[in-house]
Design a protein around this ligand. Structure first.
Ligand code: TYD
Ligand code: MG
Length: 476
């Protein structure tokens, strides 16, 4: 048999090349190709030798399934993000920047499971036992009977977990430090991460325990190298947050057992992560303070959003300043820059404003990242408010999707958004017009002001005579 040729795998996207190159053609990453040994021989086609396969045992959709109940960790935000507890036999990938709090959260989860009588194992390849113990003491969970070990060999870990009485929860921190001695590549390479994960996930499915893999994230926001991991696990959770803020958001981006885009909100305290059961109040806390100081704040609008299954109110802030030279600057935190460009274009083309010639800064307060197009109208409101220096009334929430024509499109879960707004003391909502509906008072006591076209929002915020032209850059 021919000796297997070396191959080079991109550590960012997993693409494979026969030759080394400085740049991966598939994803454009520089210097990301690493030599890895291929699997023994290319896969052979089954055609022509199809005899010998065993008959499959087909069954009906209904029937006696093992359906073991989900494990509740006791950390309500974590359980909710996972779709109502951890599913036995499933694999969960927890990704996030270094230092964001992954190890802290998972140690708390392991301790909570252990403290409530479950069996929880925490295997670290990154830290020493003493460091973990120190953290446990700081978190006040040192008494919980968590089984702790330092290991990096998947063979050893598998031997420990492949028993008739496995733990309910096994945490591997992190998958990039693990290695499989049957592969020649270094730990952290795509083939090692893939191989190690495959081994452990197979074991979790066979033995029915919950496997949590911690994964590091690169600057680009991908789990380093092993994008492939996302396909292998059942649930992918990202732990996000601005380093300067104490808020941390755990977001489900994939979940075979629950809603995606579900978020759990935590606050990093000196005793670890504390759950925030009412994130809207938290995200708007700074706003309340700001309002005491100034009468009306321009360039801010409260967006009534939905994250997963939960309504979340958050303030969107915009700053529009004359552009001094060259190409106007755009800086966006917490939202999609392309979508911002689209809204600016619609404001310019359909509403006769010249927003686009200015420097524009957009920020979602509190470190939340919004993905919903329903935020369009709130972003537009913040922009118009900043440009015309007319505040959005403090007791108003805004939501709606904007089309390229400037028309405001209805969005889902209107009622849940209004209910949350009412709960937090808002009294008015600017929302998409529904055919046939006029201004009406919703059941929750919120006055609904329908907006059919973006220009109506401009008129509402800044009637023509009040628009201040000085901020508007002169049209060429
Ligand atoms: P860690 O869980 O080690 O992050 P990761 O595993 O994602 O790399 O979190 C480390 C950070 O959390 C560190 O900056 C200190 C902070 N921290 C607290 O603020 N309070 C605490 O009680 C603990 C344990 C950590
Ligand atoms: Mg860690």
């Amino acid at each position: 048999m021919a000796k297997s040729a070396p191959r080079y795998a991109c550590q960012e996207c997993g693409a494979v090349y026969p030759k080394w190159a400085g740049r991966c053609e598939a994803c454009g990453a520089w210097n990301s190709l690493v030599e890895e040994l291929p699997r023994a021989g290319p896969p052979k086609s089954l055609a022509g030798s199809r005899q010998g396969g065993q008959a499959l045992d087909f069954v009906a959709l209904t029937g006696d399934s093992r359906g073991a109940p989900r494990h509740l960790t006791g950390i309500a935000e974590l359980d909710r993000v996972c779709g109502g507890g951890l599913v036995p036999g499933s694999a969960i990938l927890v990704g996030g920047d270094p230092g964001i709090g992954k190890s802290t959260l998972l140690l708390q989860a392991a301790a909570a499971v252990a403290a409530s009588g479950g069996k929880a194992t925490y295997i670290t390849g990154e830290e020493a036992i003493d460091q973990i113990r120190l953290r446990a003491r700081r978190l006040g969970v040192a008494d919980a009977p968590v089984r702790l070990a330092v290991a990096t060999s998947v063979r050893d870990i598998a031997a420990a977990l492949d028993t008739a009485n496995p733990p309910q929860l096994a945490i591997i921190d992190s998958i990039q430090t693990m290695y499989l001695d049957t592969l020649d590549s270094a730990p952290g390479t795509v083939s090692q991460v893939r191989g190690a994960a495959q081994e452990l996930i197979g074991l979790a499915k066979r033995r029915g325990f919950v496997l949590v893999l911690v994964g590091h994230v690169t600057k680009e926001g991908m789990i380093a190298g092993p994008r492939v991991l996302e396909h292998m696990v059942d649930t992918v959770l990202y732990f996000e947050g601005e380093r300067g803020h104490q808020f941390r958001i755990l977001r489900a981006v994939k979940n075979r057992f629950g809603a995606t885009d579900e978020i759990g909100v935590f606050e990093m305290s000196d005793q670890g992560l504390v759950e925030v059961p009412n994130p809207s109040a938290m995200f708007l806390a700074e706003r309340a303070e700001a309002e005491h100081e100034a009468g009306g704040v321009t360039g801010a609008a409260v967006f009534a959003g939905i994250e997963g299954t939960r309504p979340v109110l958050v303030e969107i802030q915009a700053l529009v300043a004359p552009s001094l030279l060259g190409t106007p600057r755009r800086a966006v935190v917490g939202w999609d820059a392309t979508r911002l460009a689209m809204i600016i274009a619609v404001l310019d083309a359909r509403c006769g404003l010249s927003v686009g010639a200015n420097d524009i800064y957009l920020n979602v307060a509190g470190g939340l990242r919004i993905g919903e197009p329903a935020a369009d109208l709130a972003v537009a409101a913040a922009l118009i408010s900043a440009l015309t220096e007319s505040p959005v009334p403090a007791d108003t929430v805004v939501f709606g999707e904007i089309g390229l024509s400037g028309r405001v499109r209805p969005v889902s879960h209107s009622d849940a958004r209004l209910k949350e707004a009412a709960k937090l003391g808002f009294t008015e909502a600017w929302l998409p017009a529904r055919p046939g509906a006029r201004s009406r008072r919703s059941a929750d006591g919120i006055a609904a002001a329908p907006i059919g076209h973006l220009s109506e929002l401009v008129d509402r915020l800044a009637p023509a005579e009040r628009r201040r032209p000085r901020r508007i850059a002169a049209a060429p």
